[in-house]
Write a protein that binds this ligand. Structure first.
Ligand code: CP
Length: 306
């Protein structure tokens, strides 16, 4: 039985297979419409979500399966003090696979140690968000046609942004990847990511504060929101929240084939005036999230469609 805790749980070859499967699902959805008949997905969300929970659910429904779950800790027995390990033992009796989001780093890992069904980490605190990474990789592959030889700008909250941490882990395994980290000093990528992941693997990166300075050299700009829920005080959040606003003026500095991604939700960091720019890929990205989660469910359940 396999779980997904981190993008590193799949080899590069397995990731490539999964992305190819997601592309086939997009091209031939009818072929997969009954692949999970009789299977049940549970979504265990202890933190708010729109895309991740509902795209997992849409994925299972598109495959012919059924869904169950809770969308906040308050509406589960966690509110009465039940542990994650007891909850997952319970869910293992009811469902075939589950996706868990939790505010505490490592909670899905605890779950998978007590589970008899595959567990998908749907985001744990400021740590990892591997299914978002699968979505991001599929989007980059679809818009650029490759995952190698690329300069990726990561902009915004690089300290608390779990999508950024997961994406870096995944991309460093491809060749010719360079990063430009664009953040204010207070929201820099944590030391453990810079030293233990980037420096150790000799990955080329630089850090800049001004988005304008980075734009001309990027193939992909990955915008992120400032993670309000991870700040210890409101004052710091308010000071940081509008540090970056991507608008038409800044987009003029970017190459014609530079695409903008964002895991969403956005707050103010991308002006709605660029939503119609052909380089704005963030709405396609959330659609790709359904295909890639369909591919993930099939892979973890070891279901093959001819
Ligand atoms: N990208 C993402 O995780 O969005 P949600 O918080 O809406 O699930």
């Amino acid at each position: 039985m396999r779980h997904l805790m981190s993008p590193l749980d799949f080899s590069v070859e397995e990731l490539d297979e999964l992305l190819t499967l997601a592309q086939d699902i997009e091209a031939h959805p009818d072929k997969y419409a009954h692949a999970c008949d009789g299977k049940k997905l549970a979504t265990l969300f202890y933190e708010p979500s729109t895309r991740t929970r509902l795209s997992h659910e849409a994925a299972m429904l598109n495959l012919g399966g059924s869904i169950m779950g809770f969308s906040s800790a308050d509406s589960s027995s966690a509110a009465k003090g039940e542990s994650v390990s007891d909850t997952i033992r319970t869910i293992s009796c009811y469902a075939d696979i589950c996706a868990m989001r939790h505010p505490k780093e490592g909670a899905p890992m605890v779950a998978c140690q007590h589970s008899s069904i595959p567990v998908i980490n749907a985001g744990d605190g400021g740590h990892q968000h591997p299914t978002q990474t699968l979505t991001d990789l599929l989007t980059i592959l679809n818009v650029k046609g490759r995952l190698n030889n690329m300069t990726i700008g990561l902009c915004g909250d690089l300290k608390f942004g779990r999508t950024v941490h997961s994406l870096i882990h995944a991309l460093v395994r491809y060749t010719g990847i360079k990063f430009v980290m664009i953040s204010p000093e207070e929201l820099r990528l944590p030391d453990y990511m810079r030293h233990d992941v980037l420096d150790k693997q000799n990955i080329s990166y630089k850090e800049v504060v001004r988005l304008e300075d980075a734009m001309p050299e990027l193939d992909i700009l990955y915008m992120t929101r400032v993670q309000k829920e991870r700040f210890f005080n409101e004052e710091d959040y308010v000071r940081m929240k509008d540090f970056y606003i991507l608008d038409k003026k800044k987009m003029k500095l970017a190459p014609e084939d530079m695409y903008v991604l964002h895991p969403l939700p956005r707050v103010n960091e991308i002006s709605v005036e660029i939503d119609d720019d052909p380089r704005a890929a963030y709405f396609k990205q959330m659609q790709y999230g359904v295909y890639v989660r369909m591919a993930l469910i099939l892979t973890l359940l070891d279901i093959h469609v001819d």
